[in-house]
Write a protein that binds this ligand. Structure first.
Ligand SMILES: Cc1cc2nc3c(=O)[nH]c(=O)nc-3n(C[C@H](O)[C@H](O)[C@H](O)COP(=O)(O)O)c2cc1C
Ligand SMILES: O=C(O)C(=O)c1ccccc1
Length: 348
């Protein structure tokens, strides 16, 4: 495995087709899924030379937490479908790599077990129509030591994923469940619900029940970025859910500059979707992201070799990012400025 593409190819041979397609697929015609990667390919870098970059520091701080590199683990459902190590394996790898894991509400292991690995954990949730349940879940993830709540706001309904329909993939196989949707250790799990009635008041509601930082995941429009600031969010994640929700939504990297401008430095802007190379990370950081997150590549690493495979994926990205930075003449993340990114014709 010498690139993330290798990891995906290997995973494709190991997984049942229905499970591979669940991980790999997007909504409808998968235009946005493809765009996320293609849009990075439309960006080119204008490297600086002779910058004395003999020593590099890839570290960043996000929401007061130091990361060894600006690459986090995006929340993805059902890690035990990929490998028996499950979310605990992913967490151990993220911890060893010195980065944050965002744990999905649809995780197949309990948040307490994942937190026990010592990883720095943020918890992703879909605010449930049953607000009393949502509040109990917030208490639970606080008690487990999660450092932020990541609220996905791009899913008023579930996207229509043709690959899953063709495989008739809906439920987890026997023995696997969304462990954080249980009310007690032995009780049946609730189904993850999506709530199209959610509006901006949900941010104030959450603020009223928790002191954890609130991160809004799934912001693409600059006006929504301004609203996020106005409603007291602590960070936003520019994301189209890996092309799994609104097909036709803009690629994440194309949405980033306007969001960064709208936010105007008032809170950190993160990005996920289509990050596969160190140069993609460089592009996102240069356009103003504080860090990026990766979804599918982590699942491919987990499939191939459990915890060790995720570690390999994260270290491949770190090595790739270090090389991209040094070749761009940047010795630290702050040295990556807008002018190193070139889109379309050279205009200066
Ligand atoms: C299999 C899969 C499951 C996902 N599950 C969740 C989820 O439970 N909650 C969530 O907010 N986002 C979920 N996402 C979206 C990711 O957090 C992220 O936005 C996306 O995967 C990033 O794109 P990438 O896979 O190209 O890196 C999921 C994505 C995939 C591929
Ligand atoms: O969010 C997703 O993309 C996703 O696949 C999912 C699956 C099950 C429950 C919640 C989300």
């Amino acid at each position: 495995m010498i690139s993330l593409a290798d990891a995906e190819r290997a995973a494709a041979t190991l997984l049942e087709p229905a499970h591979y397609d669940f991980f790999a697929g997007g909504a409808d015609d998968e235009r946005t899924l493809r765009s996320n990667v293609d849009a990075f390919d439309r960006h080119r870098l204008l490297p600086r030379v002779l910058r004395g970059v003999g020593k590099r520091d890839l570290g960043v701080e996000v929401l007061g937490q130091p990361l060894s590199m600006p690459v986090m683990v995006a929340p993805t459902a059902f890690h035990r479908l990929a490998h028996p190590d499950g979310e605990v394996g992913t967490a151990r790898a993220a911890a060893a790599s010195g980065t944050v894991m965002i744990l999905s509400m649809a995780a197949t292991q309990p948040v307490e077990q994942v937190a026990a690995t010592g990883v720095r954990l943020w918890f992703q949730m879909y605010v449930q129509p049953d607000r009393a349940f949502t509040e109990r879940l917030v208490r639970r993830v606080e008690a487990a030591g999660c450092a932020a709540l990541v609220v996905s706001v791009d899913s008023p309904v579930f996207g229509r994923r043709l690959r899953d329909l063709r495989h008739d993939f809906g439920d987890l196989p026997a023995g696997l469940a969304c462990e954080n949707m249980r009310e007690s250790g032995t009780g049946p799990p609730r189904a993850v619900a999506f709530d199209a009635a959610l509006d901006w008041s949900v941010v104030g509601w959450l603020r009223g029940i928790t002191t954890l930082p609130i991160v809004l995941k799934g912001i693409l429009h600059p006006d929504d970025a301004r609203l996020a600031v106005g409603h007291g969010a602590d960070a936003v994640i520019v994301s189209n859910h890996g092309g799994r929700q609104l097909d036709g939504a803009v690629a994440s990297i194309d949405a980033l500059p306007a969001v960064v401008e709208a936010v105007g430095g008032r809170l950190p802007v993160l990005l996920d979707g289509g990050v596969r190379r160190g140069t993609d990370v460089v592009t996102a950081l240069a356009l103003g992201a504080a860090a990026v997150a990766v979804g599918r590549p982590v699942l491919w690493g987990l499939t191939v070799a459990g915890e060790h495979g995720v570690r390999q994926v994260l270290e491949l990205l770190r090595d790739d990012l270090d090389r991209a930075m040094v070749l761009c003449g940047a010795d630290r993340v702050a040295a990556l400025t807008r002018d190193v990114v070139h889109v379309g014709r050279c205009s200066w």
